[in-house]
Write a protein that binds this ligand. Structure first.
Ligand code: ZN
Length: 259
């Protein structure tokens, strides 16, 4: 069995443009649900798979990520995992995790990565054996989450942690925003051939009503302007050749918010 087979992952579209994910550890058959912003579509998918979740896994407290959590936990007698730092504004947690505690899902080591920025308590879950990252609203394909609570410097630091993961790591994020983000990314980094190619691919995927997720860390490093804020060519294009990466990131974030 390849390491990628350690975790079976099903994408479930919920609400307008959110993704929940159903996971199954292939050794122990432990099932989990990441960020159920709505219960019904997840229940339907679980019924079709014939699976019962043991864990509901939350990246942050926003309603479009947690609204289905308590109903699923109650209906399947599942436990809830989330950030210890946000335990007061998440549903009652059975596993309150931090970067120090880490976590274990069905025998798989899970690295908890604290990623403040979008919210202060936001965390991402990295499954090293399966080469998978559940990034919530920190890292999107071709973008990143808005800064509702943290500073640009915090978000840059958070994204920099994710950028250090192995490039083949598959990234499962909280939203299907890629097509809109591709159009913005091209205004920042118009001469990047990898970005132009990805933008064309994304238009085609969406025209075919297919998800653009997962992406990979390697793909994002080559195309996502928010991760590329330290690249000399990008700094130069923005007239910020002498600025540090965090300042360039803040400027890209500011432009996206104004777009
Ligand atoms: Zn959010």
């Amino acid at each position: 069995m390849s390491t990628l087979d350690a975790l079976e992952i099903h994408l479930v579209p919920v609400l307008t443009d959110n993704y929940a994910y159903i996971l199954r550890d292939t050794d122990t058959e432990t099932v989990g649900v990441v960020d159920p912003g709505e219960a019904e579509p997840v229940e339907a998918a679980l019924t079709q798979l014939g699976w019962r979740p043991e864990w509901i896994i939350l990246t942050h407290h926003h309603g479009d990520h947690i609204a289905g959590a308590e109903r699923l936990a109650g209906g399947y007698n599942a436990k809830i995992a989330g950030a210890a730092a946000d335990s007061k504004r998440l549903p009652p947690l059975d596993a309150a995790v931090t970067a120090e505690t880490g976590w274990d899902f069905g025998g798989q080591t899970v690295e908890v990565i604290e990623t403040p920025g979008h919210t202060i308590g936001h965390i991402a879950y990295h499954f090293p054996r399966a080469r998978a990252l559940f990034a919530g609203d920190t890292l999107f394909s071709l973008g990143c989450g808005r800064l509702f609570e943290g500073t640009a410097a915090q978000m840059w630091d958070s994204l920099s942690k994710l950028a250090e993961l192995p490039p083949e790591t598959r990234v499962y994020c909280g939203h299907e925003y890629t097509q809109n983000l591709a159009a913005f990314a091209l205004t920042i980094d118009p001469n990047n051939p990898a970005l132009r190619q990805r933008a064309e691919e994304v238009v085609q995927l969406r025209a075919d009503d297919k998800p653009t997720i997962p992406t990979t860390i390697g793909k994002e490093l080559a195309t996502n302007p928010f991760l590329r804020a330290g690249e000399p060519s990008l700094k130069h294009a923005l007239g910020m050749a002498e600025a540090d990466a965090a300042a360039v990131f803040a400027e890209i974030r500011r432009r996206k918010d104004a777009a």
